[in-house]
Design a protein around this ligand. Structure first.
Ligand SMILES: Cc1cc2nc3c(=O)[nH]c(=O)nc-3n(C[C@H](O)[C@H](O)[C@H](O)COP(=O)(O)OP(=O)(O)OC[C@H]3O[C@@H](n4cnc5c(N)ncnc54)[C@H](O)[C@@H]3O)c2cc1C
Length: 380
């Protein structure tokens, strides 16, 4: 298998040699963004770059997390977006491969080609931080299960082809022991998906209602009742790999902000100090993240320690976007009709960065996990 270092060299020269301008810029809607990203994903698949880091039987070319990390790093250095499809694949792919290899062999290659992508249906109106209290029920029947209930804050559910979701198959009292992970087609009968606009106006989130939705038994990920184990395995990538992907994107935005401020000649007096603080946060996140990815690549269990990456990410992401808000032109927050793609992107991403300390488990909850399960601090 090509080494991560060789992959980096090959990718860097391919990125420099090709005109990829159509993938830069910021489409006006989420729906346009994911379609545009899907075409980039397809190109990266055809060139082989998106296939490194995934097993051959899943449509990949072998290698490990380090290969995938190189792809995200180099795309960002070239000021290209990380395809949305890569973000969802990093969160959900490793768990589906590990706990439902036959299903993964069928569907994972389609994700790599950008033909489909999946949403993650964990949170419910009464079950966010306290995920083990979720109530969406999967009742066994002759062919598999019937699902009834509701999910909320499901990212990209509006355009996703399937939803990987945690359901309750046991009793409410069993809490995390009575859960089962299923993969459901987003167009299955009985599913209603309603977009939820974010503060930036983009329909990135959705609430999803399930009314007696049939799911074949072959769509179960892991054993019945083992949903929590699958979810905890999955969260390592959701927290650690997502932190790396975000660090790559944030470095690219940092570079953009720096060159924009250089160009104006009228940057505020504290600009250098603000940028310096952002840079330190980013380097800290990246240093930590390199270590975590190396551990994942070696097959180690990162477990609750991935919460460190998540906490560092939230600080770096919010700090950089706050600096951009304060140091860039004043129309930043409200916007005006003449705003170009770059200005709109900064504003949309500033709004999105507010969620960095909420999504994937809030910053308070991450600190609780670190206190209880990593540092073993006494309960007060
Ligand atoms: C942009 C975005 C995208 C998302 N995408 C998805 C997705 O794709 N799939 C999905 O399933 N979910 C998704 N979520 C939901 C996300 O996982 C939840 O919002 C998050 O877990 C918090 O749950 P909650 O919103 O119910 O808040 P709550 O759990 O109600 O928390 C409210 C407040 O109480 C605090 N709190 C709660 N419990 C504790 C505790 N034990 N210790 C200290 N403080 C505590 C929290 O920190 C928070 O400040 C997304 C959320 C956002 C904002």
């Amino acid at each position: 298998v090509t080494s991560p270092a060789t992959l980096r060299t090959q990718l860097r020269s391919w990125l420099a040699a090709n005109d990829l301008e159509r993938w830069r810029g910021h489409p006006a809607t989420v729906e346009e963004t994911v379609v545009q990203h899907a075409s980039l994903m397809r190109l990266l698949y055809d060139e082989g770059f998106a296939r490194y880091g995934w097993p051959a039987q899943m449509g990949g070319l072998g290698g490990d997390e380090r290969h995938r990390a190189v792809l995200y790093d180099e795309l960002s250095r070239a000021q290209l977006p990380l395809p949305q499809q890569c973000l969802s694949l990093e969160t959900l792919g490793p768990a589906v491969i590990r706990f439902a290899p036959e299903l993964a062999a069928e569907l994972h290659p389609r994700c790599l080609r950008g033909e489909e992508w999946w949403a993650q249906g964990f949170s419910e109106p009464e079950a966010g931080s306290d995920l083990a209290s979720l109530r969406t029920r999967a009742t066994p029947d002759a062919d598999g299960y019937r699902i009834n209930g509701q999910k909320i804050w499901t990212s990209h559910a509006v355009t996703a082809r399937r939803i990987v979701m945690l359901t309750r198959t046991g009793t409410a009292e069993e809490r995390h022991r009575g859960l089962t992970m299923l993969m459901v087609d987003a167009d299955a009968p009985g599913i209603t998906i309603r977009p939820v606009a974010m503060a930036n106006g983009r329909n990135e989130l959705a609430e999803v209602f399930f009314d007696d939705v049939p799911v074949p038994a072959a769509r179960r990920i892991g054993a019945e009742g083992a949903g929590w184990t699958v979810a905890m395995y999955l969260l390592q990538w959701e927290r650690a790999m997502y932190a790396w992907q975000s660090a790559c994107t944030l470095f690219a935005r940092f570079e953009r902000l720096r060159s924009e401020l250089r160009g104006t000649g009228s940057a505020p007096a504290d600009a250098a100090a603000r940028l310096g603080d952002c840079y330190l946060d980013l380097v800290e996140l990246r240093a930590r993240s390199v270590e975590t990815i190396t551990r994942l690549a070696a097959g180690e269990t990162v477990g609750p320690e991935a919460s460190v990456d998540k906490v560092l990410l939230a600080r770096a992401e919010q700090g950089l976007h706050d600096a951009a808000r304060d140091l860039r032109p004043a129309s930043f927050a409200i916007g005006s009709a003449g705003d170009g793609s770059n200005q709109r992107e900064w504003r949309d991403e500033w709004w999105y960065s507010r969620a960095a300390s909420i999504l994937g488990g809030s910053a308070e909850v991450q600190r609780g996990i670190l206190a209880d399960r990593v540092l073993n601090l006494p309960k007060i």
